[in-house]
Design a protein around this ligand. Structure first.
Ligand SMILES: Cc1cc2nc3c(=O)[nH]c(=O)nc-3n(C[C@H](O)[C@H](O)[C@H](O)COP(=O)(O)OP(=O)(O)OC[C@H]3O[C@@H](n4cnc5c(N)ncnc54)[C@H](O)[C@@H]3O)c2cc1C
Length: 435
């Protein structure tokens, strides 16, 4: 059996590694000169910055991605930092509202910031929503109905902005509670030693050591559809044929490659559904410093900042991500679609936040990266994913355009790949040593 894969991002490489280990002949086609997509390192001034992700795996060594990496035999060390997550809140002087710097409190302390009445309500909601998770409306609306306090929106926006690059009114309640359930089930984030690149390199090794081929500079221009089935690909004007095709570039982009499919008048429901998929956008600002700015590798959520949702300083866990004696801090801010036209203003607000939060500290702004449209934070905003199947047999979509429910970013990618492998290889067909 032969598998053709469009795109050597995390989704494409995970699928390729899994199928190569299952005995498939695998060919991956990546249009860029490098592999890894938005999950690999960029060398810059001796720092290992990244093409997208903040060198962070949302559920660390216990999550779906770590499980899939173990299953395919990828040797990646993922370290869970301590503390795992904190919240940076302003220190208020006396009874007046003069801000006197910031203080970090453990994430669990977010409850203590509510009024006594709402703390009691929250304690009961934590139990009842686990038994009967709400399914209707947006997370923001759910907060408005249940905990009418500004702090609730701030902390929810910081969490959704950091984890999903969305505001709390842009996330469905169903998806938000599926995410919380996964946090209970799998635990919090971890940092891959060597950064994102360690993960994609390990996967590429598995593909090639099992006889697979990864082509770079290989732009796929067409998915050859015959009798409503994917038969092959056209890559740089050459035809390749296979038994199964997996696309790592999202449903919409994939459908555009299926020549004439959209215009054919068939599968209209599918095309209408995938046209509604919206990407999520964001800005990452990387700082360098001689002294640590945070001092640990966990996430700091920043609900009181104007734009920054959170930040991490991964060099406290993996010093190799910066030159000797230096630290790397990465901050993330979600950018709403209607603010993309004011991107420079948004970035200025983010820089201002950092200046305020690190007042008196010495740092250099290394790189500012904005991510939207064709190179977004998530190809499909969380909760809008439509699954991995297409209307064409033997054509599947993986990656962050087809995540599994409740899967934050690369965990969603891993859940989607696992679901696709269950369809292709048969459910329960796991490799040795894995349940
Ligand atoms: C700023 C930012 C911060 C993030 N932070 C985190 C984080 O800390 N943790 C986390 O879990 N996730 C994070 N993410 C999300 C994570 O990076 C992505 O979800 C993940 O990398 C997506 O992988 P993918 O395989 O779906 O897509 P991609 O990485 O986009 O891979 C798709 C590949 O397909 C190639 N391609 C496209 N079209 C063609 C074609 N026609 N022919 C051949 N090749 C083609 C592309 O060049 C690309 O290499 C972040 C993303 C951003 C942008």
């Amino acid at each position: 059996m032969k598998a053709l894969i469009i795109g050597a991002g995390l989704g494409g490489l995970l699928s390729g590694a899994r199928l190569a280990r299952a005995g498939y002949e695998v060919e991956v086609f990546e249009r860029l000169a490098m592999i890894g997509g938005r999950f690999t390192n960029i060398e810059y001034k001796g720092f290992k910055l990244s093409t997208g992700a903040l060198h962070m795996i949302p559920h660390g060594p216990g999550g779906p991605l770590a499980q899939l990496l173990t299953e395919v035999g990828a040797d990646v060390e993922i370290v869970r930092p301590s503390p795992l997550s904190m919240i940076r809140i302003p220190k208020i002087k006396g009874g007046n509202y003069y801000k006197e710097g910031y203080v970090d409190i453990p994430f669990s302390g977010f409850k203590n910031q509510f009024s006594m009445m709402n703390q009691l309500k929250l304690a009961s909601l934590l139990v009842t929503t686990r038994i009967n998770p709400p399914k209707e409306g947006t997370f923001g609306k759910w907060i408005s109905r249940n905990v009418k306090e500004e702090w609730a929106f701030k902390i929810a926006d910081a969490f959704c902005g950091w984890s999903l690059s969305l505001g709390c009114f842009d996330v469905s309640t169903k998806e938000a509670f599926a995410i919380f359930e996964n946090l209970y089930r799998y635990g919090g984030s971890g940092i891959p030693i060597g950064g994102c690149r360690a993960v994609v390199d390990a996967l590429a090794d598995i593909i090639t050591s099992n006889g697979g081929v990864i082509h770079t500079g290989a732009d796929v221009s067409e998915v050859i559809i015959r009798d409503n089935s994917a038969a092959g690909l056209v890559v740089n004007n050459v035809e390749y044929f296979g038994d199964v095709t997996i696309s790592d570039i999202g449903h919409l982009e994939t459908s555009r490659l299926c020549n004439g499919a959209v215009e054919s008048g068939k599968h209209t429901q599918y095309f209408e559904k995938i046209r509604k998929i919206m990407p999520s956008a964001g800005v990452k600002i990387c700082l360098s410093s001689d002294e640590p700015l945070i001092g640990h590798g966990g996430v700091i959520f920043t609900p009181n900042a104007r734009r920054i949702n959170g930040m991490n300083e991964v060099t406290n866990v993996d010093p190799g991500l910066a030159p000797p004696g230096k630290h790397l801090l990465m901050s993330h801010m979600c950018v709403q679609q209607d603010r993309l036209k004011y991107l420079e203003d948004e970035i200025d607000l983010g820089l201002h936040d950092l200046k305020e939060m690190f007042a008196g500290k010495k740092y250099e702004v290394l790189l500012i990266q904005s991510h939207s449209n064709g190179w977004p934070v998530n190809r499909s905003a969380s909760g809008l994913d439509v699954g991995n199947k297409t209307p064409f047999t033997d054509l599947y979509v993986v990656g962050d355009g087809a995540k599994g429910e409740g899967g934050i970013e690369v965990e969603g990618v891993a859940l989607g790949v696992s679901a696709t492998m269950d369809i292709i290889l048969g459910q329960g067909n796991r490799l040795d040593g894995c349940n």
